[in-house]
Write a protein of this length. Structure first.
Length: 289
């Protein structure tokens, strides 16, 4: 290990300060938070820098940190560099095949909890396009007697979702299977969740680099008008939903009325919409006739 006692970036505090300045000068919006998270990751102390300010940093740790900083400055999201993301206060591993879960999607869990206040019921839950498994596993964490199925068309997503279920001690209640939407799934379910791809194909090239370069196209591309997945899901919902079943589907800004028409055309009842924390209409609640 090479140490240079006079170098100003020798301690955690000095290295952190230099990184904050560097990120700020590159136009980063959250230089302090990003630098702390990346340095904690480089030191292997995930999020716990407090009390280590005067600790020396090894050459190896500095090299790791420099690499992380370069990736951040190059536009890679912090969560992709860390390889994990918090959702519903639970930690989810990511992979290049999975979407980086968004806080807006927590609106779906809020909607389910509002409609199903009895946490002890043994609900059957389905998550269509599960990615990291975040929606299904967040719901299972709230309903201790529920069980569920997460499906995804991508086998790597299924592997990550299974790993996340194990890490969260939910694997005995969560089955993750590869399927094109509900092709390999049999109802009835009490709760169907989905955050399907909903970006119109021609809009993808205009997305922010953090999204278009780091989230998989398969998780974003909703076809010509962004609504392909809803048409497909709407066709199977009547047979997937149990008698009092509730489906909660996320959508993009301004898509609500189009999705309402798709659901009604499949004979489903639209039971309301929910806004995300920014006040943007974010999900639709659907029931069977
Ligand atoms: C927007 S991502 C949502 C992932 C996760 N539910 C979340 O909220 O972070 C959509 C997911 O649907 C999956 N997907 C895309 N097309 C699919 C299809 N035809 N059948 C099943 N899953 C599909 C993608 O692989 C991706 O994981």
């Amino acid at each position: 290990m090479t140490r240079n006692a006079t170098h100003e970036t020798e301690t955690v505090a000095a290295l952190l300060q230099a990184a904050i300045q560097r990120l700020a000068s590159e136009g980063n919006d959250n230089p302090r938070l990003d630098a702390r998270l990346l340095l904690a990751h480089a030191l292997g102390v995930e999020g716990r820098l407090h009390g280590r300010e005067d600790d020396p940093v090894t050459v190896e740790e500095r090299t790791h940190f420099s690499g992380f900083l370069a990736r951040r400055i190059g536009g890679e999201p912090v969560s992709r560099i860390l390889g994990s993301r918090e959702f519903w206060s639970l930690e989810f591993d990511l992979s290049p095949a999975t979407l980086d879960p968004r806080p807006d999607s927590e609106t779906l869990i809020d909607a389910v909890l509002e409609r199903h206040p009895d946490r002890n019921r043994a609900y059957r839950i389905l998550d269509l396009g599960t990615g990291t498994g975040c929606l299904l596993l967040a719901a299972l964490s709230e309903f201790p007697n529920a069980e569920g199925v997460g499906v995804d068309i991508d086998t790597e997503c299924i592997q990550i979702a299974r790993k996340n279920a194990e890490k969260l001690c939910l694997s005995s209640r969560a089955r993750m299977i590869c399927s094109r939407w509900a092709d390999n799934v049999n109802g009835p379910f009490d709760i169907v969740l989905s955050n399907p791809p909903y970006i119109p194909t021609s809009d993808i090239s205009q997305l922010q680099p953090e999204v278009k370069l780091h989230d998989p196209t398969q998780a974003l591309d909703g076809g010509v008008d962004g609504l392909d997945a809803y048409r497909n899901i709407a066709e199977s919902l009547p047979s997937l939903l149990g008698e009092d079943g509730l489906a909660v589907l996320e959508f993009g800004e301004g898509q609500g009325q189009d999705i309402l028409r798709i659901m009604e055309a499949s004979g489903l009842i639209v039971d309301g919409f929910r806004n995300d924390l920014a006040g943007i209409e974010r999900c639709i609640l659907v029931r069977r006739l």
